[in-house]
Design a protein around this ligand. Structure first.
Ligand SMILES: Cc1ncc(COP(=O)(O)O)c(C=O)c1O
Length: 253
């Protein structure tokens, strides 16, 4: 067959050899995929999803069972107590903006501990552009701590948290347009522990874009209070244009 398609024996054998070498990595991905699919199916089953949940409601949207179930499903999958998953959240940047504006008030300090935030978030914060409604223009102070060799600068972060006056710490899990590696859950867990051991009131928010289902735990399961979930491109093209925010604690405040 390969011969008929003009693929040489050498190319075929090389592909076979490489596939063999990568077997373990592919197996890990397949296992994770299976576990994640089971997690999702279980949440659908536990919440008794049925056709009636897909009916439209009109008016103020009170008792919209489908919407309530969807948010329960998200909470369960991501080990959170609450979730806000709505089509009105227009983009990942919007979800991040809602979370930051909801949590931060005039005079509060937020720190990004994974270096420069994602490009579109910079104008939300006020690091670029001249929006009169950016976080900085609304009186929020912004600080940044760089990563070292694709990991957190634990010492510097601990020192800064000890100095006090930190309301929120933001972690961007995936790389965005930068060349760094994504941050693993174990690194996120370790840095959250470092922060919470010093001050348990600091809110840790994770930008989890492209991070969901990559590992068997999610940021909300390692004590991050908030994280935003971004339904990936595949879901989007299937007419499911929702984005959401999950909260480890019931109250979004
Ligand atoms: C790390 C990260 N944060 C936030 C976003 C923003 O998402 P959106 O483009 O939907 O606004 C992206 C988009 O790819 C991203 O990669």
């Amino acid at each position: 067959m390969y011969n008929e398609l003009g693929i040489s024996k050498r190319v075929y054998e090389t592909a076979e050899k490489v596939e063999k070498e990568l077997e373990e990595i592919f197996k890990k991905i397949d296992d994770n995929c299976m576990k994640s699919s089971m997690k999702v199916l279980k949440a659908f089953k536990d919440n008794n999803v049925s056709t009636s949940d897909f009916f439209e409601v009109t008016g103020y949207g009170y008792t919209d069972m489908g919407r309530e179930k969807l948010e329960k499903i998200y909470s369960q999958i991501f080990g959170a107590e609450d979730a806000l998953v709505r089509p009105q959240i227009m983009s990942g940047t919007h979800a991040l903006g809602i979370t930051l504006f909801g949590l931060l008030k005039y005079g509060d300090t937020m720190i990004s501990i994974s270096g420069e935030p994602y490009d579109t978030l910079k104008s939300v914060i006020g690091l670029v552009g001249d929006s009169s409604n950016s976080l900085i223009k609304c009186g929020i102070k912004y600080e940044q701590i760089e990563l070292i060799n694709n990991d957190f600068d634990y010492e510097k972060i601990a020192e800064r948290v000890k100095n006090g006056n930190v309301k929120l710490i933001e972690i961007q899990r995936s790389r965005g347009y930068s060349q760094r590696k994504s941050l693993t859950i174990s690194k996120i867990e370790k840095v959250i522990k470092t922060i919470k051991d010093i001050d348990k009131n600091v809110i840790v928010m994770v930008d989890n874009c492209y991070g969901e289902f990559v590992e068997d735990k999610e940021p909300t399961q390692v004590r991050s209070r908030y994280f935003y979930k971004f339904i990936n491109e595949k879901f989007r093209s299937r007419n499911c244009n929702f984005r959401g925010i999950c909260s480890r604690k019931k109250r979004f405040s």
